[in-house]
Design a protein around this ligand. Structure first.
Ligand SMILES: C[S@@+](CC[C@H](N)C(=O)[O-])C[C@H]1O[C@@H](n2cnc3c(N)ncnc32)[C@H](O)[C@@H]1O
Length: 178
């Protein structure tokens, strides 16, 4: 790893990402591995008062900071590991957003992550995974930790629906649960 960043905010074209997610008022969204929660806050505005955002990360200090920032909003913060069974209700989520987290998972964690997606996503709900491309880039994890879109699709058994080039160094693969 050449350089560590806490948040992908400066690196991603979030307008483009949001334009492909088709978020509607009233939806329930999970920002898994939310970091500082900057996307959870954008989702919060889009789903409005009738919607709900869960911002989950296993780093308690990040969640504690975010929690202070989002009191009295529709964002609920959760300390948790998305590769285990979380506190979320079964079939409760319309969209899971996982940005620059997937490369961290071991093969065993990928299996458990998928199980948790199958449990929490509603039928026809979406999983959106943003990954750094599997090519040399100015910063990011070692190449061996990265997945190309083809490799990602082979690791996740949900139905792939859309592949988006987010900007020069990132892609977003969207999946749908049957
Ligand atoms: C590179 S940061 C990305 C943060 C944010 N998603 C973004 O795009 O800025 C990776 C985040 O995933 C979290 N994380 C890694 N593995 C996790 C897991 N199994 N469960 C929950 N959070 C996890 C880390 O604590 C960290 O905040």
């Amino acid at each position: 790893m050449t350089k560590k960043r806490k948040s992908s905010e400066e690196q991603l074209d979030t307008t483009k990402i949001l334009s492909h997610l088709g978020i509607c008022p009233g939806q329930t969204i999970l920002d898994a591995g939310c970091g500082d929660g900057y996307m959870a806050k954008k989702f919060s505005t889009l789903v409005g008062n009738s919607g709900k955002i869960y911002a989950l990360d296993y780093r308690r200090e990040l969640i504690n900071t975010l929690h202070e920032e989002v009191i009295d909003t529709n964002i609920e913060t959760l300390v948790g590991d998305i590769t285990t069974t979380t506190k979320l209700e079964p079939c409760s989520i319309d969209l899971v957003y996982l940005s620059t987290v997937f490369h961290i998972f071991s093969p065993a964690q990928v299996v458990m992550f998928e199980e948790e997606m199958q449990r929490v996503l509603r039928p026809n709900a979406q999983l959106a995974i943003v990954n750094v491309i599997k090519e040399e880039t100015p910063c990011g994890p070692p190449l061996k930790m990265r997945s190309s879109p083809e490799e990602l699709r082979a690791k996740i058994s949900l139905t792939p629906t859309k592949l988006v080039e987010v900007n020069m160094y990132f892609y977003m693969q969207i999946f749908q649960k049957k």
